[in-house]
Write a protein that binds this ligand. Structure first.
Ligand code: FMN
Length: 355
């Protein structure tokens, strides 16, 4: 059997292969609600044979949205449609995961097809972004508001409440979004955190928010269900967060019961130079896996079945996450099975199309 198609059990969940749909914002919600777009978009990946389908960044509070179109899980009314989606994914033999997110200083922006510009807090539809320090992402942007102690407590409570709703909505995996320059990453990166209290300064202080969010989710998330964290493994910037910091963090996360560290990078420095090439972030998944002894996910320009199989086979990562290639081909996993000569189970409705 190709390594890409070897099952993986994490806690009580068996993943039928190592192919994961990486979170992808759709900016297609009103007031945080999922709708038929999300059902069809996410459902197609389950039909297409991925073992785990993770929702886009799903905001734990309205002010934690990147844009007014973000998916949300800050109120009980959000649960019903999400449950329909998870039920469908599970009927296809895939697993439904949710990425819980807070956008931090990158909140209150237009959707990409309207230019992704900041919506200033005094403009119609805008709101004041929250962050560890009052440092804007770019000089052109309005500065965020520095979170006070009560604000930090609210964020922890929001993640906890979101986890309760995620469980009710049928999700079996939570991924905490700690990457791409959003709130949690802003706290652990020295470039965006200039606090002088318990949440800033030293490495231990900067990772504190992530650890406390992890703990507050664990209070309500069943011990037999997987909990992942996505990190930005490096800021790609002098003086910023480094791959060695990621290893140190991953060791601590493992001790806190995190099952898998999904190793992305960047997003906190607008001008960072990122050396894009196929599999350009796999080295971080490999380093974190080997040096921290934790399961990892590799993501970023993984587009070929042979490439994905090799990452698993050579022990660079335990799962591969694909984003854009899944948009091009939601049936990537079925195609990969064919290319790697593995007999994957097809939806009966599609059997006549088997290669
Ligand atoms: C349309 C789109 C939306 C994205 N939204 C998210 C998101 O909500 N959360 C996240 O962690 N990453 C997000 N990403 C990043 C992807 O999950 C992935 O890490 C990145 O695209 C690199 O993988 P790829 O080369 O397979 O596309 C998004 C990427 C795309 C293309």
């Amino acid at each position: 059997m190709p390594h890409l198609f070897s099952p993986l059990t994490i806690k009580s969940i068996e993943f039928k292969n190592r192919i994961v749909v990486s979170p992808m914002c759709e900016y297609s919600s009103a007031d945080g609600f999922a709708n038929d777009w999300h059902l069809v978009h996410l459902g197609a990946f389950a039909v297409g044979g991925a073992s785990l389908v993770i929702t886009e960044a799903t905001a734990v509070s309205p002010e934690g949205r990147i844009s007014p179109g973000d998916l949300g899980i800050w109120k009980d009314e959000h649960i019903e449609k999400l449950k329909q989606i998870t039920d469908f994914i599970h009927q296809q033999g895939s697993v439904a995961g949710i990425q819980l997110a807070h956008a931090g200083r990158k909140a209150s922006h237009d959707v990409p097809w309207q230019g992704s510009k900041q919506i200033r807090s005094d403009a119609a539809g805008g709101w004041k972004a929250l962050a560890p320090s009052a440092i804007p992402f770019t000089d052109a942007e309005e500065a965020p508001q520095e979170l006070d102690r009560a604000g930090i407590e609210k964020i922890k409570a929001d993640f906890r409440a979101a986890a309760i709703r995620a469980l009710e909505a049928g999700f079996k995996v939570i991924e905490i979004h700690g990457a791409h320059g959003y709130l949690i990453h802003e706290f652990y990166s020295p470039l965006s955190n200039q606090r002088t209290d318990d949440y800033g300064g030293t490495f231990e202080n900067r990772i504190r928010l992530l650890l406390e969010i992890t703990e507050s989710i664990k209070e309500v998330w069943p011990a037999d269900l997987p909990l992942f964290v996505r990190i930005s493994s490096t800021d790609w910037t002098e003086g910023g967060w480094t791959a060695d910091d990621s290893v140190a963090l991953a060791k601590i996360l493992k001790g806190k019961g995190i099952d898998l560290v999904d190793c992305s990078s960047g997003g906190n420095v607008a001008a960072a130079k990122i050396p894009l090439k196929p599999g350009y972030q796999v080295e971080f998944a490999e380093k974190v896996k080997k040096e921290a002894g934790v399961l990892t996910g590799a993501v970023g320009l993984i587009t070929k079945s042979s490439q994905a199989d090799e990452i698993i086979q050579t022990g660079q990562a335990d799962m591969v996450l694909l984003a854009r290639e899944m948009l091009r081909d939601p049936h990537f996993a079925l195609r990969a099975a064919h290319e790697l000569r593995h007999e994957a189970k097809w939806p009966v409705q599609y059997e006549r199309a088997k290669w």
